[in-house]
Ligand binder design. Structure first.
Ligand code: SF4
Length: 304
């Protein structure tokens, strides 16, 4: 396999306001044993995520930056650092024997098309490896129209690939509050349209579901943009999560009610008969008086 040529200096650097510290990863495929997720392996070309969504539960994963002295990073620092796995394509190539007949999900706990991908092209290089695995299916999940830079490559997969666009609200002013550094909602609809027009299967991922003002129009927009499927789900609040206050300040606590997700899913189901991710929450966290220790509305792709 041709070695990956990076234009970027593989040492700690600041991109915009982001601390970037590349690493040589020890592993690249994370097995997913739970069939409900619909994939056998999760593949993340990066650790950390430049989008830094304010609700992202990955904030609480124990993480450390590489280096002589590993620097632990906490919840408050989420979105300010990222670790490109420079050897991701080579590692994946060395593991390709595990991928026969499997479905691979890009990406778990990061966005494969965060802005850094413009410079590092690790997601692209991993897709090039997967393209050479003829029995392997690929699920790409992103919030970013940057996915369009790989349009031709994705087309080459034919029916082996599906792209999920994460569009958790129909209101970009909501997006500006809950995920201020991720791409605007209209740009995601536009990306969905272009992918669909290119013959690539695309799906709507309203996950985690945020306020949707007009579910009927939301479903129509998804359909008109070429979505072939939809799924709804999963806000996972952390212990003492500051995002609870964000919801409270904006009068959005209703999204914690499992009935709200059910209602939006029911509307989407009229357009997309196989809406997924409608499992009932394990707890009944409707409008609690005090911030809860933890809320869970499970999502189809909980590892996202
Ligand atoms: S929710 Fe996804 S896109 Fe947002 S910060 Fe977390 S991993 Fe990144």
């Amino acid at each position: 396999m041709t070695p990956l040529l990076l234009q970027t200096e593989p040492s700690r650097a600041l991109f915009r306001d982001l601390l970037v510290e590349p690493e040589e990863a020890r592993s690249i495929l994370r097995p997913q044993k739970d069939d409900r997720y619909g994939f056998g392996f999760a593949l993340s070309p990066y650790r950390g995520c430049e989008h830094g969504c304010r609700y992202c539960y990955v904030r609480d994963y124990p993480q450390a930056l590489p280096g002589d002295k590993a620097v632990p990073v906490g919840r408050e620092a989420w979105g300010t650092w990222a670790v490109p796995k420079l050897n991701a394509p080579e590692l994946l190539w060395s593991q390709r024997h595990r991928l026969h007949g499997q479905t691979v999900f890009l990406a778990s706990a990061t966005d494969p098309y965060q802005p850094l991908e413009r410079e590092f092209r690790l997601t692209r290089a991993c897709l090039e490896v997967l393209l050479k695995c003829p029995t392997t299916r690929v699920l790409v999940h992103t919030r970013s129209p940057l996915v369009l830079q790989d349009l031709e490559l994705l087309k080459a997969f034919g029916p082996r690939v599906r792209v999920g666009l994460s569009i958790p609200t129909d209101d970009d002013t909501v997006r500006q509050v809950v995920e201020p550094r991720s791409p605007p909602i209209p740009s995601r609809w536009a990306a969905m349209e272009r992918l669909a027009r290119a013959g690539i299967e695309v799906g709507l991922a309203a996950c985690p579901l945020m306020p949707v003002h007009n579910p009927q129009a939301f479903a129509r927009r998804a359909k008109e943009s070429g979505a072939a499927s939809a799924w709804v789900g999963g806000l996972r609040l952390l212990r003492d999560d500051a995002f609870y206050d964000v919801l409270a300040r904006n009068d959005w606590l209703f999204i914690l009610d499992p009935a709200y997700a059910e209602e939006v899913a029911s509307v989407l189901q009229q357009t997309f008969p196989r809406v997924k991710g409608r499992r009932q929450a394990a707890e009944k966290p409707v409008h609690p008086v005090h911030p809860p220790a933890r809320h869970t509305q499970p999502c189809l792709f909980e590892s996202m």
